[in-house]
Design a protein around this ligand. Structure first.
Ligand SMILES: Cc1ncc(COP(=O)(O)O)c(C=O)c1O
Length: 454
């Protein structure tokens, strides 16, 4: 139980300080996208340190720092931790119950993973020290790639140094002018970045709605040569599962390729953690491009693509794969060992889902708004208003629970939320106590003036 009186007093105190500061003119409204400088400033355009976007970002950060100082509340942003990012996190001299890390299965600090990383650094050094094509190649890469290909029931796979760059680099390579990426409206920014990089047209269909996709394709399929329909396996902000069978069927009707971003679903969905393909019982060729991240359930870093052998061979020469250093040997060892542990310790996936059931039903019993979540390990608690969600995250942190506040641009304005990542490592006691605390804090936060300039 938190001391509700103290919580409300803290909230009122924070609110009045911020409102007073706004009224005195010290707090400026949130800064939007910069506009071109006035003609009088032309000739200064070679300077980037005072580029309007740079100035706006620095101003926003300074204002946020000032807010934490002014209110005396702890900031949940850039919180420095000691030790592992798991169910318990050490920061600011205390032990926090942590819901801010996507180490879903505890593999990032599993003893076998840690040992494999230590062996890899001893054997191969800290860096690949060149692209794979010239001297960067080590035996860990193909072993990891073959394992990923087997999981997806496809011919081949390729790893890349970042999940974001995997999406951006693959779409940037495969699409071009005259092509289109038609994406779920909640698709990750890295997919959009890649399509823009390619000069392809980007369109979105209503979230998880095959009929909306059908409407767009009926109206516009003939205007493009290649069209790639892109969805996520498990939506990273909302915790609902991509309707892959129905969406892929519509895409095929209109001769479109299908790509699935499995960043949050590999290791999580399916009885063996093999992702959305296993969840729906689909063959590997139901999708043309399986993309995933190694940085979430697999406890490492980097991304991968799995699919047809020719496609993968060609991707070896895509700029984002070729004109960059090879994968860090330590990250390859971590991901490969994580996949081995996923197979040898299937109880981790079971525990993850038991914990998910416990926590989400405890939140629902307390009438919290979990939005579109389908009771998966990504559990949003909607608290529309930046002020309320930031305050709730801050008060929870003060009371020993760490969860990130999510605001625009990561979600649409009015869709602000706390995003809880549930892991196999949380204990029943931690989940039950946290659910009770969250309900109390959300109730307090709901009374907060939503116009406070946070
Ligand atoms: C859906 C989705 N795709 C891609 C990425 C990028 O992956 P990474 O963080 O491994 O670069 C993320 C990151 O959170 C994500 O949520």
């Amino acid at each position: 139980m938190i001391d509700a009186e103290h919580g409300e007093a803290a909230m009122r105190d924070m609110a009045s300080r911020l409102l007073a500061q706004r009224d005195s003119g010290d707090v400026r409204p949130a800064v939007g996208r910069a506009v071109a400088p006035p003609v009088s400033q032309r000739g200064q355009r070679h300077k980037f340190a005072d580029h309007p976007l740079v100035a706006a970002a620095c101003e926003l950060n300074a204002r946020r720092r000032a807010i934490w100082e002014l209110t005396g509340m702890p900031s949940p942003l850039f919180l420095e931790r000691k030790g592992y990012n798991s169910a318990v996190l050490q920061a600011q001299g205390q032990e926090l119950t942590n819901f801010a890390g996507y180490n879903y299965l505890g593999l990032a600090h599993h003893p076998k993973v840690v040992r494999a990383v230590q062996d890899a650094v001893a054997q191969f050094g800290a860096s690949a020290s060149n692209s794979r094509i010239t001297s960067g190649e080590i035996e860990l890469y193909p072993r990891l790639e073959q394992r990923l290909a087997r999981i997806y029931d496809v011919e081949a796979a390729i790893i890349a140094t970042s999940g974001f760059l995997t999406n951006a680099g693959v779409l940037g390579y495969l699409l071009g002018e005259g092509d289109a990426a038609i994406c779920d409206s909640l698709i990750h920014a890295s997919v959009v970045a890649g399509a823009r990089w390619a000069g392809a047209r980007v369109m979105t269909f209503r979230h998880n709605d095959p009929e909306s996709l059908r409407g767009i394709l009926r109206a516009s399929r003939d205007r493009f040569y290649r069209v790639l329909v892109v969805i996520e396996g498990l939506y990273s902000m909302d915790g609902d599962i991509g309707l892959l069978p129905e969406i892929a069927a519509v895409a095929r009707e209109f001769d479109c390729g299908v790509m699935v971003d499995e960043a949050h679903s590999i290791g999580v969905l399916g009885a063996h953690g093999h992702g959305v393909r296993e969840h729906f019982g689909l063959p590997g060729d139901a999708v043309d491009i399986w993309m995933g991240s190694l940085s979430k359930a697999l406890g490492s870093c980097g991304g991968f693509i799995a699919g047809n052998a020719n496609l993968i061979e060609a991707l070896n020469t895509a700029p984002a794969m070729l004109l960059t250093v090879g994968f860090p040997p330590t990250a390859a060892a971590a991901a490969l060992t994580a996949l081995e542990v996923l197979e040898s310790e299937p109880e981790r996936v079971r525990r993850l889902w038991q914990n998910t059931e416990l926590f989400t039903s405890a939140l629902r019993d307390r009438d919290l708004d979990l939005g579109m979540s389908q009771n998966t390990p990504i559990c949003p608690v909607l608290i529309p208003s930046v002020a309320r969600v930031v305050f709730a995250s801050s008060l929870l942190l003060q009371r020993g629970v760490y969860v990130g506040p999510v605001t625009a641009p990561a979600v649409a304005p009015g869709q602000e939320r706390l995003r809880f990542f549930i892991t196999s490592e949380h204990s029943e006691g931690q989940l039950t106590a946290a659910a009770e605390l969250v309900a109390e804090v959300v109730e307090i936060a709901r009374k907060l003036d939503p116009t406070i300039p946070v």
